[in-house]
Design a protein around this ligand. Structure first.
Ligand SMILES: [Zn+2]
Length: 73
C-alpha cells in the first residue's frame, strides 16, 4: 500500500512548511529627501543615511557643543 506512506510524506512536508519571510533585501522608506532643510535631494532607499551626499555629516569627533566653527574668526 502506497497510500499510507504517501499520506505520511505529505504530512511531513506540511509540518515543515517554510515560509519565505524576507523576500526583499533591506530597504528604507522610499521618497525620502535629504534631512537638511531646503534640500530636496532624493535619498536612495538603499541608503541608510538621512542626508544627501553633499550634506552628509562629516566625521567629527564626538565633542559635545564644541564644534570648531569659529576657527576662521
Ligand atoms: Zn542635502
Amino acid at each position: 500500500m502506497t497510500t499510507d506512506s504517501e499520506h505520511m510524506r505529505s504530512d511531513t512536508i506540511k509540518g515543515r512548511s517554510i515560509r519565505p519571510r524576507s523576500r526583499r533585501p533591506k530597504q528604507y522608506a522610499s521618497n525620502r529627501v535629504c534631512a537638511q532643510d531646503e534640500c530636496d535631494t532624493l535619498i536612495s532607499r538603499y541608503n541608510s543615511k538621512e542626508f544627501c551626499h553633499s550634506h552628509a555629516p562629516k566625521r567629527y569627533p564626538r565633542v559635545r557643543g564644541r564644534i570648531m566653527e569659529s576657527a576662521e574668526a
